[in-house]
Design a protein around this ligand. Structure first.
Ligand code: 5AD
Length: 351
């Protein structure tokens, strides 16, 4: 036990642990060790961000996807998935609404939909930036060429979310069909960083076949990549996938990993994710108390929300609804935090 406390202290001092040490910490964690970790993680995030929680409005622009990820409800091979695509006008409307509600970051997320060529995205990005020059624009549209990432950045996109999903190539291959290559995923992340995006990586916790060794590799991968944002949430089964009967990932393990990530990357923008809120009614609050400092409520048109079904029972109402700012605010205030409308760029970024 005390050796493990010392390892956490080492992380807190800025040392990187070995994969073996991370795996042992994960395997041997206790409620007491977790509490110790969370208290340090909160202290680190308080020192950087005070009690402020950054807000992002999430706009799910398309449920068409050319990929066939085995865990995902909107994968190409799911004939029951309901497909939709927002028009440019609808997306602009969501952003206008978002700014009125107090959001200064819009996240355009979608499946890998060939409709959204650079030729369509560039004018859309430019128009969003023209209407909302003070707002940050985050894209989460999957793997693209370096040239495409560059063109979208030049058009005004500020940030890009692309979870690495699994740092271990074997686990990556087990979760994805053969045409998806781990090497390309990693190439995308390094390209995005070099171009100048604020970059978000991340993974699911408790994905089928994932062990503490795999998670340890994920942490080492993050230590090396040093992304500005990290999104993690529990795996949640979707009824139309082969993993329908697999158990959801553990909330408690997700929180433990959030705490480790906060110590390892003190400045990181770390959301308490929708998946965490979905598997546990006070998941968002517990995420914040483990070191998270971002929430990403849903700003998509109400009619399409059910169709963006990555996993079963995905929340999009109540405090998960971008329109319900005051409900989420009350929840954050109840634990001593405050939602903020600031853009919340990574230190050193923002233009
Ligand atoms: N459970 C939890 N998260 C999932 N994602 C996709 N499917 C699931 C699932 N079944 C996550 C992936 C993806 C992000 C947009 O949603 O990590 O990167």
């Amino acid at each position: 036990m005390s050796a493990h406390i010392q390892w956490i202290d080492r992380l807190h001092r800025g040392e990187v642990l070995s994969a073996g040490e991370f795996a042992e910490l994960i395997d041997r964690r206790t409620p007491e060790l977790s509490e110790y970790l969370f208290s340090l993680a909160r202290r680190v995030s308080r020192a950087r961000f005070g009690n402020q929680i950054f807000t992002r409005g999430l706009i799910e622009i398309s449920s068409f996807c050319k990929n066939n990820c085995r865990y995902c409800g909107i994968r190409r091979g799911n004939p029951n998935a309901q497909r939709y695509r927002l028009s440019e006008e609808e997306i602009l409307c969501c952003c206008d609404m978002g700014e009125r509600l107090g959001y200064k970051t819009f996240v355009l997320q979608g499946g890998e939909d060939a409709f959204f060529t650079d030729g369509r995205l560039i004018p859309l990005i430019q128009e969003i930036k023209r209407r909302h020059p003070d707002c940050a624009l985050t894209l989460s549209l999957g793997e693209r060429s370096r040239e495409s990432y560059q063109a979208l950045f030049d058009a005004g996109a500020d940030r890009y979310l692309l979870r690495h999903e699994a740092a271990d190539p074997q686990l990556y291959r087990a979760l994805h069909p053969p045409e998806m290559e781990w090497e390309n995923r990693v190439r995308c992340l390094y390209d995005l960083k070099e171009i100048g995006y604020q970059v978000g990586a991340g993974f699911m916790v408790g994905a089928p076949g994932q062990t503490s060794r795999h998670l340890a590799r994920d942490l080492c991968f993050l230590a090396e990549l040093k992304p500005q944002m990290v999104g993690i949430g529990p795996f949640v089964p979707h009824h139309d996938t082969e993993y329908r009967d697999r158990p959801a990932g553990s909330v408690e393990l997700t929180l433990f990993l959030l705490g480790l990530i906060r110590l390892m990357l003190p400045d990181v923008l770390l959301p308490a994710t929708t998946a965490l809120g979905t598997v546990c009614p006070d998941g968002r609050e517990r995420g914040v108390l483990a070191g998270a400092n971002v929430v990403m409520p849903n700003l998509s048109p109400a009619e399409v929300r059910k169709k963006y079904s990555l996993y079963d029972n995905k929340l999009s109402t109540g405090a998960e609804d971008a329109g319900h700012w005051s409900e989420l605010q009350a929840r954050m205030q109840a634990i001593g935090y405050e939602l903020t409308s600031q853009r919340g760029d990574a230190p050193g970024y923002g233009r």
